[in-house]
Design a binder for this molecule. Structure first.
Ligand code: DQA
Length: 144
C-alpha cells in the first residue's frame, strides 16, 4: 500500500498562517504526524506540497502506477481549479479530499469544491487528524 499526501498553496506556512484557523503546528509537524501514523500502520508514503497548480497536476499524473491512494488538500485550488478536479478524475486513483478547517462553516466562496465529485470522500474541520483519518479510510477501502 503506497499513499501520496498532496498539499496545495500556503500549507507550507502552517503554524504562522492564520493560527486561529489552522493552528500553531507547522507543516513539518504535519509531515511528522503523517510519517508516524504510516509507520505504525506499516505503509509507505510520500509527501508533496506546492504553491503551483501545474506542479500539483504533474504530481497527480506522476502518481499513476506509483500510488494506490491519495490524500489531497488542494487548499484554495479546491474552490477554483477545474484542471485539478479533471486531473483527479483522469488518474483514477482513490483520492480523499482533506481540509484542516471546516470549510462548510466559512466564507461563501469556500462552499464550492470542484475536486469533491472526483474524490471518494471528504474530511473537513478535523485539523491535522483529518489527514490520518483519510489514510485510515483508504486502508479500509483496500481491505486492510
Ligand atoms: C483549506 C481550506 C481552504 O479554503 C483554504 O484556501 C486553504 C486551506 C484547509 O485546509 O482548511 O488554504 O484547504
Amino acid at each position: 500500500m503506497r499513499i501520496l499526501i498532496l498539499n496545495g498553496p500556503n500549507l507550507n506556512l502552517l503554524g504562522m498562517r492564520e493560527p486561529g484557523i489552522y493552528g500553531t503546528e507547522s507543516y513539518a509537524d504535519l509531515c511528522e504526524r503523517i510519517a508516524r501514523h504510516c509507520e505504525a500502520l506499516g505503509i509507505s508514503h510520500s509527501v508533496f506540497q506546492s504553491n503551483h497548480e501545474g506542479a500539483l497536476i504533474d504530481a497527480l499524473h506522476g502518481a499513476i502506477g506509483e500510488y494506490d491512494g491519495i490524500v489531497f488538500n488542494p487548499a484554495a485550488y479546491t474552490h477554483t481549479s477545474i484542471a485539478i478536479a479533471d486531473a483527479v478524475k483522469a488518474i483514477g486513483i482513490p483520492t480523499v479530499e482533506v481540509h484542516i478547517s471546516d470549510v462548510s462553516a466559512r466564507e461563501e466562496f469556500r462552499q464550492i469544491s470542484y475536486v469533491r465529485s472526483a474524490c471518494v470522500s471528504t474530511i473537513s474541520g478535523h485539523g491535522f487528524s483529518g489527514y490520518l483519518e483519510a489514510i485510515d479510510l483508504l486502508l479500509e477501502r483496500f481491505g486492510r
